[in-house]
Design a binder for this molecule. Structure first.
Ligand code: SAH
Ligand code: SF4
Length: 396
């Protein structure tokens, strides 16, 4: 093998790619199965792949370049039910991952891009602009890290809700970035997370949130895995949506609605509509009625999320009266609607806003793998040495 061959992120390899690599390294095909078996369990350090021969582990170690982040901030909110992790990759880019704990659910909200190019004017990630795409490894790794935190008991058991699982059960692509603007990586990471030999998440427990990239919605439908689609609508008329969600100029509402309807038909999955409610901007009766019409046509569930005030954003959250009136009006028009609280653990519809509120501190390395018992202390040390703040700040 030529010495100049570039190292490869193991989670960026397809199964065929892995088999080719194993063949190139002169090993029998079943080694690819062994390596795959470790990867789907979150282990990407060949040193830990204990059923491989020592020399092969060393060769693989030279070829693999796993995307291991450092934990630079760990914020605990909502009585220990929400854990917000700020992770920094070796090139210095930082992203946010949020773990939310419920009685029968442990949901991780993951990022797909450092920053976002789509510039929605109410969104903190959008204000920061686009930094770079995350790799499939960096996306999967966020689930690995959250899972490791849960399994290793780092999270205070006293604080866990009764019946909280000890592993990740749900993943939402609602962190930083637009998943469908990093489509190959989003699709690859969904496949990894779904793999029955590993993370084994059912398609319905994976939610991909999009601001409405129509070609991406169509490609997601072709994946053949009925993942839950969440569409960040925020405005139900083109005039307003052009302003709140600039990509609407390229893919206006009618086109988006058609793609979402097709997604529902192809996958047989109910779609949800996310609506960030902004005071005096999209909280009026006209928008409520237009939203209800779209939601009814799509048979979609609507989640209303009062806007989080964000530094540099001139808009504000709506009044409680306006919020109640808006939710009731949509509900009275025959739509299933939920009011979500952006504070604390109800925040799974609105992550992605964490980075702006942090000053990056010196980081510590996170454990590499899920469930590795000998890593417990290491993770505890990593978490303990970073700033932890209590409070009910917004998770989204
Ligand atoms: N780019 C995708 C995935 C990120 S999800 C998308 O936009 O759907 C991030 C979620 O947080 C979106 O539903 C977004 O509308 C919401 N959000 C962004 N800024 C917010 C704010 N200031 N307050 C509340 N929710 C916000
Ligand atoms: Fe990007 Fe979504 Fe924020 Fe819009 S709301 S800027 S698409 S992350």
């Amino acid at each position: 093998m030529p010495a100049q061959t570039a190292p490869v992120d193991p989670y960026a390899l397809t199964r065929e790619g892995l088999e080719e690599l194993v063949a190139e390294l002169g090993e029998p095909r079943y080694r690819a199965d062994q390596v795959h078996g470790w990867l789907v369990r979150g282990v990407d350090d060949p040193d830990e792949m204990t059923d491989l021969p020592k020399e092969f582990r060393a060769t693989l170690g030279e070829r693999f370049a796993p995307a291991r982040p450092e934990l630079v901030a760990h914020q605990v909110a909502d009585d220990g039910h929400t854990h917000k992790l700020l992770l920094r990759f070796p090139d210095g880019e930082a992203i946010e991952t949020v773990l939310m704990l419920y009685p029968r659910r442990a949901t991780v909200c993951i990022s797909t891009q450092a920053g976002c190019a789509l510039g929605c004017p109410f969104c903190a990630t959008g204000q920061a602009g686009f930094r770079r795409q995350l790799t499939a490894g960096e996306v999967v790794r966020q689930v690995v890290v959250a899972d490791a935190a849960l399994r290793s008991g780092v999270i205070d058991e006293q604080a866990l809700p009764d019946g909280a699982p000890d592993h990740v059960t749900n993943v939402v692509y609602m962190g930083m970035g637009e998943p469908l603007a990093n489509l190959p990586v989003t699709l690859a990471s969904v496949r990894w997370l779904h793999d029955p030999e590993g993370f084994n998440l059912s398609a319905r427990s994976i939610t991909v949130s999009t601001v409405g990239l129509v070609p991406g919605i169509r490609r997601l439908a072709e994946l053949g895995l009925p993942v839950t689609l969440a569409v960040s609508l925020h405005a139900a008329t083109d005039d307003l949506r052009d302003e709140l969600v600039p990509i609407n100029v390229t893919h206006p509402l009618a086109e988006l609605e058609e793609a979402v309807r097709d997604y529902r038909r192809t996958t047989n999955r109910r779609v949800s509509i996310e609506w960030c409610l902004i005071g005096d901007v999209n909280d009026d009766d006209r928008q409520a009625d237009a939203l209800a019409r779209i939601a009814r046509r799509l048979r979609a569930h609507v989640n209303i999320i009062p806007m989080n005030p964000t530094p540099g954003v001139r808009w504000k959250e709506p009044s409680a009266t306006r919020t109640r009136a808006f939710v009731e009006r949509v509900g009275n028009r025959g739509v299933e609607v939920t009011l979500r609280d952006t504070r604390g653990r109800d925040a799974d519809a609105a992550c992605g806003q964490l980075l702006a509120s942090y000053t990056l501190g010196a980081g510590t390395r996170l454990p590499a793998a899920v469930g590795a018992a000998d890593r417990v202390t290491e993770f505890a040390a990593a978490s303990g040495s970073t700033e932890s703040t209590e409070g009910d700040e917004v998770a989204g």
